[in-house]
Design a binder for this molecule. Structure first.
Ligand code: HEM
Length: 134
């Protein structure tokens, strides 16, 4: 490795997946699937009727979570995603629906680096399944 590349800042998973446009495409597809595919009806039913707030929040959370701009974390200081879901009745079935819809949305997206995007799908799926209590 040359001195130049050694000094260059490592790019974040956020950048390697494709930045804000890709995060937004993934989360919009995720909520479209949740809204339209009967396989996710149970998951859809525990969300608010209007998903527009979630369509804004999830890509902003994912951006900071994947090492990109931290606006969501600055607006929600100290908020932990696992605890934030503590009051939501998440079962193995609905957690599995979340994981599956997210995995599909990521698989269908035109991402910059497929390997990084697939790793993101894997970790998010494990986090979602880890939230199940019933
Ligand atoms: C890695 C996994 C997950 C991530 C990153 C995630 C992310 C988010 C975010 C950013 C919010 C915004 C509201 C807030 O600030 O609290 C939220 C709310 C919510 N999440 Fe999740 N979530 C995940 C898994 C799940 C799972 C597995 C379920 C259900 C099975 C779920 C159901 C909900 C519901 C019902 C809300 C409230 C929104 C509403 O009332 O419409 N989430 N989630």
């Amino acid at each position: 490795m040359s001195a130049d590349t050694a000094d260059a800042p490592a790019s974040s998973p956020f950048e390697r997946v494709g930045g804000h446009d890709v995060m937004r495409a993934i989360t919009d597809r995720f909520y479209d699937l949740m809204d339209q595919d009967p396989a996710y009806a149970e998951l859809r039913a525990i969300h608010a009727a209007d998903l527009s707030d979630m369509r804004a929040q999830l890509p902003a959370f994912l951006a900071g979570w994947a090492g990109g701009p931290r606006d969501w974390f600055e607006a929600n200081p100290g908020k932990c995603m696992m605890s934030a879901h503590g009051g939501i009745p998440i079962t193995r079935d609905t957690a599995g629906q979340w994981a599956e819809a997210m995995t599909r949305a990521i698989a269908e997206a035109e991402v910059a680096e497929r390997e990084i995007a697939d790793a993101m799908a894997d970790v998010l799926s494990r986090m979602a399944r880890g939230m199940a209590r019933g």
